[in-house]
Design a protein around this ligand. Structure first.
Ligand code: ATP
Ligand code: MG
Length: 344
């Protein structure tokens, strides 16, 4: 059976959206609107796998919504909503908890990173996170998932879950008229330069919302001065910039800044380096700051405008959720039939 081409992606409302989210996610989300039906979700149920201040969570949720809109996602053409408004995500996740194997989840590097040394004290939700992510995607039987490099392993697990569900319930899927397989195996869409933006303080760590140091990232809410200041202070090495990509080897910080520049300028790294050959970091950083401010400034302003009217944002999210639920409820009804859960 041919599945309808559909994109699903989620962003956690866990704090300040940053340049990594922008280049690794938002820019791609906007481009995908042209060729796919897209569902963009603010995954608040994922966020609470680690502690979230109940007074802050609504704000960060609206902030991500504002960022989606400010970056150019059209909520009338696409579906934009927050996850907890569509209960089917959690419902399907439970079924997937029963499909996924402990051994699979034990291999997830994000859990190891986020749980840290005190693993016994991590939430069960943090461990089961990938099963909920599979449910997010598969509730819509989405075929394509634009994710940063950091989420590739989780997406592979979603495929494993879809595959095992299709195998385990093959006879029932067939008996209920769904043909050979009920769920598509969702594919990653990882394209373009700077799919992984690294921390400004440490070129071996990814730029992340949950990094304790605000200096490590450029937030979408940072003003021009803050952006310039953070770029000026970004870690580098003493050598001038090389003329080709080979010269960036074992220079993670230089590589990262060049990658960011190239992505913001929508040019290749090789092209940018031909021009930068021999330049000092002071000169390059000034050009990078100027470019970053030019790209992020208008988004920053539009986010501020949208956030001044939270009622409008909540309306957008509510309407998106209603449209999402129509699709998810249909999937869940079929899943209940396939699994043998009696329903109304
Ligand atoms: P957290 O630290 O809370 O996990 P995060 O910064 O990783 O936050 P997410 O909400 O997990 O942000 O991710 C949102 C989207 O942004 C995902 O598609 C993810 O792949 C992408 N993304 C996150 N960090 C980066 C990065 N440093 N470079 C490129 N893409 C990124
Ligand atoms: Mg993340």
């Amino acid at each position: 059976m041919a599945f309808r081409q559909r994109v699903f992606s989620g962003v956690q409302p866990t704090g300040n959206l940053h340049l990594g989210n922008y280049l690794g996610a938002m820019v791609k989300f906007v481009a995908l609107q042209e060729s796919y039906d897209c569902i963009y979700c603010i995954v608040d149920l994922h966020a609470i796998t680690v502690w979230q201040d109940p007074a802050e969570l609504p704000k960060t949720t609206r902030e991500v919504a504002a960022a989606f809109l400010a970056c150019g996602i059209d909520p009338r053409k696409q579906i934009v909503f927050n996850q907890s408004q569509v209960a089917e995500h959690a419902e399907l996740a439970w079924v997937f908890n029963c499909v996924a194997r402990l051994g699979w989840l034990n291999r997830m590097t994000q859990f190891k990173e986020k749980a840290g040394k005190d693993r016994e004290n991590a939430s069960v939700g943090l461990y089961a996170y990938p099963a909920l992510m599979a449910a997010d995607i598969l509730a819509y039987r989405a075929t394509h998932v634009p994710v940063g490099e950091d989420q590739k392993q989780h997406l592979e697990l979603s495929r494993d879950i879809a595959q095992k569900f299709n195998n385990d319930f093959a006879a029932s899927i067939h008996a209920h008229g769904f043909g050979e397989q009920f769920f598509p195996l969702p594919e990653p869409l990882i394209q373009g330069p700077a799919t992984r933006v690294m921390s400004l303080r440490d070129g071996s760590k990814k730029m992340s919302k949950s990094d304790a140091s605000d200096q490590s990232r450029i937030n979408l809410t940072d003003d021009a001065d803050t952006i310039a200041h953070k770029i000026r202070r970004a870690k580098t090495d003493p050598d001038p910039l090389p003329g080709d990509e080979a010269g960036l080897k074992s220079r993670p910080e230089a590589d990262n800044l060049v990658g960011i520049y190239a992505a913001l300028a929508e040019r290749s790294k090789a092209d940018v380096l031909r021009e930068l050959d021999g330049a000092q970091f002071s000169t390059f950083k000034a050009a990078l700051a100027e470019l970053a401010v030019a790209r992020l400034g208008p988004i920053n302003a539009e986010m501020k405008r949208l956030l001044a009217d939270p009622v409008h944002i909540d309306t957008v999210l509510g309407e998106g959720a209603a449209r999402a639920q129509v699709i998810a409820a249909e999937t869940m009804k079929a899943v209940k039939d396939i699994v043998g859960l009696v329903h109304r």
